[in-house]
Design a protein around this ligand. Structure first.
Ligand SMILES: *Cc1c(COP(=O)(O)O)cnc(C)c1O
Length: 426
């Protein structure tokens, strides 16, 4: 990395744990120091040393329109002139809620929060409050933010419930979470046979994108819907990444499956800190003050965040964007695939709409086990070469690449050429 980024990182490490405010940013998985970003426009990032990169992290998903999109920047500026927070209701929040209800098929009512973590944590509390049950099921390799109940890894077999995924998560809490392999309906059936009447909710990323991108079997998602309905268990789609990304109404629109509750984040804030959870009216009316399940937030529904989010959603709702994104993503990922086969490097590429990932493995990747078969050493070499070539990827083999509306054909061709060079050097 450049000298200025290096100095900033040294200083950051003195005052911030690991020098970063979210762990993956520290670039440990690729043994590098992170570049410090100073500005971003369209699909380009600039760092403190003046290096420019084509950005495929897109702030880990939110920047589907690219950076500093004029309509979004104007909306934030205009809103800021009228004050930045009131702690009282505003018309913008009503517009936001109405827009979400129009766009996301399963949502009748919605509550805004400040992050994806808050959204999933609140949805779990609501599911427990609504059903009067305590156990939840999640899937290995799906990430739902860092709330205690969801920071849980798989126990050994379904006879034992979950184990804490981090020091600080009480085992007594973790054992209420069962983590099962994704795309494996039989294990889910077994779990319901054993614990069915005690399970409050099944929470799932309908298109997992935090172990790289995994393509769900339709039978798996449909099966989850049927089993949960049969046991009066709530099905929660965590669409913090897939929401507004794979279609205007997210994975539930793309696949035609209706969850009971949906968690949103990332794109919905247009680059500002926002999350939301929503769903069927009869469940959502249990949230305080209409109901008794408590959840609150000083900055929830913040006017700047609503303005940025609404400006983004309006552009997405008008359509046109998704077919363009699809075309660009096909071009990008098929280009990378061709480059890999020319270089004789075994890769697997999983893609849904404008997100995808590259695994350095020769076997099909359909769950966390498969994702972990990707060669970490190869990824590290590939990553380092890509950043030298001016391509900014997420510094971990378990993350997605995001294409935005601001990536044009020329940028995508540059990226494919860089990938050809990087893959050729493996
Ligand atoms: C990013 C993410 C979260 C957590 O959102 P934060 O805003 O980082 O708290 C939850 N679920 C999924 C699927 C995510 O990708």
């Amino acid at each position: 990395m450049g000298e200025r980024s290096r100095l900033l990182f040294e200083k950051a490490k003195k005052y911030i744990p690991g020098g970063v405010n979210s762990p993956v940013r520290a670039c440990k998985a690729v043994d590098m120091d992170p570049p410090f970003i100073t500005e971003a426009r369209g699909c380009l990032l600039k760092d403190a040393d003046g290096n420019e990169y084509i950005d495929y992290v897109c702030s880990w998903g939110p920047m589907i329109l690219g950076h500093a999109r004029p309509e979004v920047v104007r909306a934030i500026e205009n809103s800021a002139r009228n004050g930045t927070s009131y702690g009282a209701p505003t018309e913008l929040e009503v517009e936001m809620a109405e827009t979400i209800v129009e766009m996301v098929p399963s949502i009748d009512m919605v509550r805004m929060v400040n992050s994806g973590t808050e959204a999933t944590m609140s949805a779990i509390r609501l599911a427990r409050g609504y059903t009067g049950r305590e156990e939840i099921i999640k899937f290995d390799g799906c990430y739902h933010g860092h709330a205690d109940s969801l920071l849980v890894s798989a126990g050994s077999g379904i006879a034992t419930l979950g184990i804490p995924g981090s020091p600080g998560v009480p085992p007594d809490l973790a054992r209420h979470t069962l983590s099962l392999p994704f795309n494996d309906l039989d294990t889910v059936k077994e779990a319901f046979q054993e614990f069915g009447t005690r399970i409050a909710a099944v929470i799932v990323e309908p298109i997992p994108a935090n172990m790289g991108v995994i393509i769900p079997d339709m039978g798996f998602l449909r099966g989850l819907r049927e089993i949960t309905a049969a046991h009066d268990t709530l099905l929660i789609f965590d669409e913090v990444i897939s929401g507004f990304r794979v279609a205007p109404g997210g994975a539930q629109e793309l696949y035609g499956i209706t969850p009971d509750l949906t968690c949103l984040g990332k794109i919905i804030g247009g680059g500002l800190p926002v999350g939301a959870y929503g769903g069927r009216r009869e469940i959502m009316i249990k949230v305080a003050p209409e109901g008794e399940v408590y959840q609150a937030g000083t900055l929830s529904g913040n006017p700047l965040a609503m303005a940025a989010g609404l400006a983004t959603l309006r552009i997405l709702k008008d359509g046109g964007i998704y077919s363009e994104l699809e075309r660009k993503a096909v071009k990008l990922f098929s280009g990378i695939k061709d480059a890999a086969s020319k270089a004789g490097v075994d890769v697997r590429i999983n893609r849904v709409a404008s997100m995808g990932s590259l695994y350095f493995t020769s076997t099909e990747v359909r769950d966390f086990q498969g994702a972990k078969s990707s060669d970490a050493q190869r990824f590290k070499i590939y990553y380092r070469r890509m950043i030298q070539e001016g391509i900014y990827l997420a510094p971990s083999p378990f993350e997605a690449m995001f294409v935005s509306a601001a990536h044009d054909d020329e940028m995508i061709e540059k990226t494919i050429n860089a990938a050809a060079a990087a893959l050729g050097s493996l």
